[in-house]
Design a protein around this ligand. Structure first.
Ligand code: KG4
Ligand code: ZN
Length: 320
């Protein structure tokens, strides 16, 4: 069988990234250009600035990736690109670049859903085993997805309001941490104590989540303490918030694994980088004999490697 090389492009938010992946699993070369420092000046991603920076950088990042792989576009089998969800202007830059390459060099064009990309970050180096449960925790999504095989996605639950990463970023703002807040809340949580009486959100029998109430509880507690002239302990607030998030996510995930009789759990999305969540899931997986896969940190946040890995299976399925 001939090897298949997919060139992936990701530009849905504030990373311009291009990657070449062999046979859906081997990262040949990846370039990620983050705009984070620019957006940090404004306290969050500014869509117009993001689009303009993608326009400035996309061609350079494509060239850099091919150079790093020591390959030319002739060696590429197909082009995969994130076609949503994401910021519309940012997505347009990546899809336009992919369309142009596909047209100019006569390569098949494969659209990839951003979340499917996050899921397939677990197929880099180690191939995914089925059936599996995917816990998707990102800035825009919090979902439990059942996969009986490649490219078969059955959502069994999800957030009814805020995504977990969004809640992290909002809580970070309340305790005056700069953007992006998630990693900083995680770091502080490890230094604090769980002293604040925050609720365990949506502690019911469903596989759905809700994080806006927990976020509001943090805001109210912070305001009340302020009005009383007390200074909140940031580390302990981060710790109490993170503990509730981890408890409810791991509780529902392991309940689903049991009820669906699934032995393979994969974790996907930016919040998969969270140290507390990684530790808790690792501990529970050991206790319950579950095969757990969490991507390496560099594949948790947005990157094109995961888009090329997912694109390989989409290509094989004839999606495009
Ligand atoms: O998957 P991602 O890179 O972008 C989306 O597709 O949404 O996820 C970004 C989200 C942000 O909300 C960020 O604060 C959060 O992931 N995040 C974390 C950590 N690292 C990134 N949240 C908690 N702990 C972390 N270590
Ligand atoms: Zn993402």
């Amino acid at each position: 069988m001939n090897d298949i090389y997919i060139l992936g492009i990701e530009s849905s938010c504030d990373e311009t990234s291009v990657s070449i992946v062999k046979n859906g699993t081997e990262d040949i070369a990846t370039v990620v250009l983050s705009q984070m420092d620019t957006h940090a000046l404004y306290g969050g991603v500014v869509p117009e600035i993001a689009s303009r920076m993608h326009v400035e950088n996309i061609s350079l990042v494509i060239e850099e990736c091919l150079k790093k792989a020591n390959m030319t576009i002739d060696d590429i089998t197909a082009i995969a690109v994130t076609n949503g969800p994401g910021l519309i202007g940012s997505l347009l830059v990546g899809t336009t670049a992919a369309l142009t390459l596909s047209y100019l060099y006569n390569k098949p064009l494969v659209p990839v859903h951003h979340i499917s990309g996050h899921i397939y970050a677990n197929n880099i180096d180690n191939k995914m085993e089925f059936p599996l449960l995917a816990l998707v925790v990102s800035g825009g999504h919090t979902e439990l997805i059942y996969m009986k095989d490649h490219y078969s996605f059955e959502k069994i639950g999800g957030t009814l309001d805020d995504a977990v990463g969004e809640a992290y970023d909002k809580v970070a703002r309340v305790i005056n941490l700069p953007y992006p807040g998630g990693p900083l809340v995680d770091k502080l949580a490890n230094e604090g104590k769980d002293i604040y009486p925050l609720p365990l959100p949506m502690d019911d029998d469903s596989y759905n989540f809700s994080f806006s109430g927990l976020k509001s509880a943090v805001i109210n507690l912070a305001h009340n303490e302020e009005q009383r002239g007390n200074i909140i302990n940031k580390s302990s607030m981060a710790c109490s918030f993170q503990n509730r998030v981890i408890e409810i996510i791991s509780k529902k995930t392991f309940k689903a694994l049991k009820e669906y009789n699934i032995k393979n759990l994969i974790v996907a999305g930016g919040v998969a980088a969270n140290s507390g969540l990684r530790n808790k899931l690792t501990e529970l997986a050991k206790e319950n004999n579950i095969n757990l896969s969490i991507p390496a940190l560099k594949y948790c946040t947005d990157n094109a490697t995961m888009i090329a890995a997912s694109g390989y299976y989409a290509y094989k399925k004839g999606i495009g």
